[in-house]
Design a protein around this ligand. Sequence first.
Ligand SMILES: Cc1ncc(COP(=O)(O)O)c(C=O)c1O
Length: 453
Amino acid sequence: MNHNQNRREFLAAGASLAAVAAFDALGAPIYGAIDADSKPAILGGDAPEYDSGPAWPFFAGDEVERLTEVFESRRWNRGDESSPTVVFENDFAEMLGSKFGLAVSSGTTALQTALSALDVGPGDEVIVTPYTYVASVNCILESYALPVFADVDFDTYQLDAKQAEKRINENTQALLPVHIGGAPANMDAFLKLGKKRDLPVVEDACQAVMGEWKGKKLGTLGTLGCFSMQITKNLCGGEGGVVLTDDEFLAYKVLDAHTHGFLPHAGTPLDEYRPVRASNYRMTGFQGAILSAQLPHIAEHADVRNENALYLSSLLRDIPGVYPQKIYDGGRSAWHLYMFRIDEREFGLSRDVFVQALLEEGISCMSGYQSCDWTGYVRKSLDTRAGRRVYSKERLDEWEEATSLPNFHKLAKETVWLFQTQLLAPKSNMEVIADAVRRIRKYAPEIKKALAK
Ligand SMILES: Cc1ncc(COP(=O)(O)O)c(C=O)c1O
């Protein structure tokens, strides 16, 4: 996208591209000048014309000016109430509808800070999804707590609250649903479960800036919400994170945990520090300045992505063997990822061959999180002097025995990801994607044969 365009111009550009799509003799559309019957590129056919969306991170336009201001002010750190970092965290919290916001150095440290504020520590358990980035698990391990995996709901990819409930015991200290892909976990179910079992709900909203649940922004519904502003994210500061909460006590606890007990000065007597298990996870003024420049654009981007993603789903859903990620009723995804499943029996090709074929069409995609041995990973991480002191072999055996993740393993073998930037391209490109998928399916037997040679 040309970022000097406003939203209306941006969408209109997409619409006019769609209008010039060619039609074959029978009136069927030929997207990107490729006949709907023609061979896919993996068999030697032509790849379609395809716009994969804007370069990322995008430039809002005033970043350099804002960065220069920080540079010249010599306030390169978090700074006081008027600093770009504090202004950003307050603006972000207000925009999403939360009482308190704290900017931190990354999504991982946002999660660590949140768990630290809840006093999660060695021997405690936190229930988490297996279909996620490793940071959702490492933030638990970092304080020698035990990640407890519950299976996902097959259609939505989200941690299943019923499965999570089965894994609650006297050691459980928090529920950690991840809004994967930017789409909501079932927040009604998690909030109900948290209330019923008196457990805090920490939302890993690292992929979900501007996602929604029944009109409220993701990351504002649970006890604490954590966001990432890492380079690929929908709101990007290079690195960065935010913790949101409506609870004033927890707001102070996250503030303390991220900066050694609330910004004490070098000469402060030790007995005046608030005694917390804390670190330095502060966001710099430079990150705050970039994020403040990007913030005004995220609502518009979220609308464009949502419009394109829903259109793409409507096209892909008609292709046998292709199953787009379902969004719970009342939810709206931030569309950090566009995920769909390829059912090999119905489609005629395995997910991995499909990904290869789609890449040949010039359409960026990947297979995403892999089926993996999470319990083995955790066991290895805890196989240290300190880990062995906290967890007996018997406890880990029992925990591993209770871990059953069939939906996760199946999804991880069948899923394809497209990226958020592709959903910022003009709308006609959704048709190019769907048409390529259709052509690949049509030629599945030939592709199989050609690859077997
Ligand atoms: C679901 C999820 N949780 C946590 C993180 C960690 O965020 P960061 O990379 O900013 O530390 C990420 C980022 O990739 C993520 O996707």
